[in-house]
Design a protein around this ligand. Structure first.
Ligand code: BTN
Length: 241
């Protein structure tokens, strides 16, 4: 998969930009876009993604997977790639908080938003937001930046190249080795299993349990007072209790 890349000074959202290109038929699998700033960056669960200029990475890549198009799995694959890139390039102990918040020292430095569909063929836009340089936005108390975690500034371009390389590797491994590879690799670099978590789903009472295992479909098995339940991403947030 090559990476014909579009670099933009400013865009509303790289995911939205890629979607518009896909709808117009002007991009193919492997196309990537990177913006210095987003004016309407989007996060999971309808949240906004803070996207100031000059500091971070906001990037989206187009995938057209030929098997198992579960959005939940794709976002885990992308999360694996992101933490591998940070581990390899900086030696930081980057980990994944289910489903795919990238954390270091328990604080979030990266997030992934996958949007997928089937027309005119199965597609997915994998968007990554990485807090690279500067101080985290004080409005987000659980956030950090890689510069803060590492104690010195980071070359964004070189990190972006590493992330793209790891995305390609993880995508190829997933397609060749299947969901059990995703399950084992995610489990090896996660920060959620074994922890007590609080499961919050809009319109439902929150509940607390112990995160026990990742399913091959990307769901999280949580043991609570009412028994063991599989939590599916997309609709819930899971916080350490
Ligand atoms: C999350 O809520 O953790 C996911 C955040 C995803 C943010 C990235 S930044 C690049 C891409 N474009 C967007 O509008 N969102 C994603």
């Amino acid at each position: 998969m090559g990476h014909p890349t579009t670099v933009l000074a400013s865009v509303d959202s790289t995911n939205r930009w890629m979607r518009a290109q896909w709808n117009q038929g002007t991009v193919q699998a492997g196309a990537a876009v990177w913006a210095d700033e987003q004016t309407a960056g989007r996060g999971r669960l309808g949240r906004e993604w803070d996207s100031p200029a000059g500091l971070n990475i906001y990037t989206s890549i187009l995938w057209t997977p030929d098997k198992n198009r579960l959005t939940g799995i794709m976002s885990l694959v992308a999360g694996i790639a992101l933490v591998q890139a940070v581990r390899n390039q900086m030696g930081l102990d980057a980990r994944l908080k289910w489903p795919n918040d990238a954390v270091v020292g328990g604080r979030k430095f990266g997030g992934i938003l996958v949007e997928a569909g089937h027309e005119p063929q199965p597609w997915a836009i994998v968007g990554l937001g990485i807090n690279v340089n500067g101080e985290p936005n004080p409005l987000f108390s659980h956030a950090t930046t890689l510069e803060k975690a590492r104690g010195r500034g980071i070359d964004r371009e070189s990190l972006w190249v590493h992330v793209m390389g790891e995305l390609e590797k993880a995508y190829t491994d997933w397609q060749a080795r299947g969901e059990s590879w995703v399950q084992a690799t995610w489990t090896a670099c996660n920060a959620t299993l074994g922890q007590t978590v609080r499961v919050e789903r809009p319109g439902h009472p929150a509940w607390v349990g112990v995160a026990e295992a990742l399913d091959t479909d990307g769901g999280l098995w949580v043991q609570g007072d009412q028994g063991r339940q599989k939590v599916i991403s997309g609709e819930v947030s899971v916080r350490l209790a």
